[in-house]
Design a protein around this ligand. Structure first.
Ligand SMILES: Cc1cc2nc3c(=O)[nH]c(=O)nc-3n(C[C@H](O)[C@H](O)[C@H](O)COP(=O)(O)O)c2cc1C
Length: 185
């Protein structure tokens, strides 16, 4: 798909089913992620690819994390949490793997990981797949990192649910760029 058309037609989809990207397509999707802007070439990213039976493991990890953050919520929302990974055949968890650096602050490294996440959504869309970026309670939290056996400097910044949209999504009408662009011509 033409790059501009891909960018202009991306639309999140909350309900996703098979087919999902093949291993060859995933290679390209991850290569696209790794082309995100990256100050000082720190490569401040990790990606956890979850599919198939891996979703059972993810469900347990999510419940464990919510239990540590808010035990009452974990008990009240147990079924919802355990079923969350089954909303898509593929989930890519994007982690900003940050490090202390004299020039590149943490925020830049997190933004880099965000750009990698967007590259993943765009690459998947260019191949005809849909996705949605979710966060919620189980992101940006050290307890979550620990539940994933990640280090404290590894920050989960999003869960990219990917697959084929269960229903056709309609694009919103275009916004007026003048509402957002300040011209200094
Ligand atoms: C960092 C980030 C976190 C998000 N977290 C959630 C979330 O937890 N749940 C959700 O329904 N949408 C979440 N969204 C919004 C959706 O990914 C999506 O952008 C939104 O539904 C609008 O759809 P669109 O992408 O087609 O414009 C998040 C978006 C971003 C950028």
């Amino acid at each position: 798909m033409d790059a501009i058309k891909t960018l202009l037609t991306r639309k999140s989809s909350p309900r996703l089913q098979e087919p999902s990207p093949s291993s060859e397509e995933l290679e390209l999707i991850f290569q696209a992620a790794l082309r995100a802007p990256d100050h000082a070439a720190l490569k401040p990213w990790k990606f956890i690819k979850v599919s198939g039976k891996g979703r059972e493991k993810l469900a347990e990890v999510l419940l464990d994390a919510v239990n540590k953050i808010n035990p009452i919520k974990a008990s009240q929302d147990r079924d919802k949490i355990l079923s969350a990974p089954y909303r898509a055949p593929l989930i890519i968890i994007v982690v900003a793997s940050t490090q202390d650096h004299e020039i590149v602050p943490e925020i830049e490294q997190i933004l880099s990981a965000g750009a990698a996440a967007q590259n993943i959504l765009i690459a998947a869309h260019s191949m005809g797949y849909s996705g949605i970026w979710r966060t919620g309670l189980v992101s940006f939290n050290k307890e979550v990192s620990r539940s994933f056996d990640l280090a404290d400097n590894d920050i989960v910044i999003g869960y990219l649910y990917i697959g084929t949209s269960e229903k056709e999504m309609t694009l919103p009408s275009n916004s007026n760029i003048n509402d957002f662009v300040i011209n200094w011509d």
